[in-house]
Design a binder for this molecule. Structure first.
Ligand code: URA
Length: 202
């Protein structure tokens, strides 16, 4: 199995779709290779493309703020996107771009084997839910709900939330977004309690 660093190197040489021609930097993802939680967005925006880092623009600043509010540090989690290159003018990802880029996301998840996967927005949720054989009736139907899958020999939770850019655009979504973060934290805490209890019996 490839390490995250090897996957990152492969991403930075990718020409599987046309987006490499218009991007400034590849944005493979960043964070803790041993993260218990992975956040998956849609695609890099202008600022991410400029810096080669995920979620560093306005939506990223808001995401980081909410993470901090709930006691999560960026360096403890892993953050990536479905697409590793910015689509011109932030247009929606094309299906062929998603198909070309998806193997990288799959390999990143395989390398990290997180306990919790958070889908940021409908594009990410659509891709991740399909990947794990979950029905996806739309973001507003699934957001904040906890889906359980058997993966990597353990129980893994998948949670979708609104995209932070959508929340900035429609502040009335803020309450749902932050409540959903509360649920994410509960799931993480539950996992921790279970692990500690198991260790007590060893
Ligand atoms: N929106 C995303 O989906 N990903 C980023 O990295 C930034 C904005």
């Amino acid at each position: 199995m490839q390490s995250l660093e090897e996957i990152e190197r492969e991403i930075k040489n990718c020409k599987r779709c046309e987006l490499w021609k218009t991007k400034t930097n590849y944005v493979p993802g960043e964070g803790n290779p041993k993260a218990k939680i992975v956040f998956v967005g849609e695609a890099p925006g202008r600022e991410e493309d400029k810096q080669g880092r995920p979620f560093v623009g306005n939506a990223g600043k808001y995401l980081t703020e909410v993470m901090q509010k709930f006691g999560l540090k960026r360096e403890d989690v892993y953050i990536t996107n479905v697409l590793k290159c910015r689509p011109p003018n932030n247009r929606d990802p094309k299906p062929e771009e998603v198909e070309a880029c998806k193997p990288f996301l799959i390999k990143q998840l395989e390398a990290i084997k997180p306990d919790v996967i958070v889908c940021l927005g409908r594009h990410s949720a659509g891709v991740i839910f399909e990947l794990f054989g979950l029905n996806f009736p739309g973001i507003s139907r699934v957001r904040g709900k906890i889906f359980e899958i058997d993966k990597w020999g353990k129980n893994v939770k998948v949670i979708a939330v609104y995209h932070p850019a959508a929340v900035l655009y429609r502040p009335q979504l803020k309450e749902d977004f932050e409540n959903d973060f509360g649920k994410i934290m509960e799931v993480l805490k539950e996992k921790k309690v279970r692990e500690t209890t198991l260790l007590d019996f060893v």
